[in-house]
Design a protein around this ligand. Sequence first.
Ligand code: PBG
Length: 328
Amino acid sequence: MSFPQNRMRRLRRSESMRALVRETTLDPGDLIYPLFLCPGNGVRKPVSSMPGVFNLSVDEAVREAEEAAALGLGGLLLFGLPDTKDEQATGAWADDGIVQQGLRALKSSPAAAKLVLIADVCLCEYTSHGHCGIVQKNGDSYEVDNDSSLDLLARTAASLARAGADVVAPSDMMDGRVAAIRAALDKIGLINISILSYASKFASSFYGPFREAADSAPLFGDRKTYQMDGANLREALREIDLDLEEGADMILMKPAMPYLDVVRAARERVDVPIGAYQVSGEYSMLQAAFEKGWLDRDRAILESLLGIRRAGAGFIVTYFAKDAARLL
Ligand code: PBG
């Protein structure tokens, strides 16, 4: 049947009609809010390239989490800025590390503990050089060593899980880290802690503002020998298959907007829950447009998230989580 018998506009005539035929929904419970924990008390330090995002001391993070819970958000993703950094990323796996302290405090707040607490597992915020693994220097050249990094990543995940993380989320992109983390968790009896692996994480310019927020920019070189080449979709699918074989319970795709085809392809290929990360650069780019008055803030926030859901993500990590929940 075609025009004039068929008229697509019939089903767009009113908001109630549009709501009835809407294919994709957004719910505050689908949104995960990232927090950057730092030492101290009463600290709320703005991140200049991410308006509305702060480095928070643990007490402030608990307040933030209580607000997130009241808004009905699904969970938190925790990052840490340690007091000191070294070559072994001690702050990542120390039992009194900043995220470990944060997890214990969050777990002791009944409101915050209702959120799914996800701990990012990576070394870059904790190493003196800012790489995601152990660096081996060889004269003028260097190598981010895969296998020696696995032990520290596994130790980090175990320590975060002991401190109260419900989910550990490795974002380092070393080969074999999911298996190493699963083995480490099982060995200490934490068989019910789940792994959300950043299965396909691309070496992206859109992480720029995060590296200010987390103070994690590499001092030399870049992350292209471990994060993926942005040109590769088939390779992303292999990464996903491997992480699932190694024991990942859920996968996270990142960045979101420039890689929505990858989210869609992943959704069609595997049946595990899939999340997507609307990363710092995606957030900052929109914020800059809002400041200039070039985009309608409320509509652009929701449209950017809806697009990610429509591509196939079940949940979304986003710095807009609280703003979006207020709009929904
Ligand atoms: C740690 C990590 C990064 C992000 C999440 N985990 C930074 C990076 O890989 O350089 C980026 C998140 C964002 O940009 O919002 N490896």
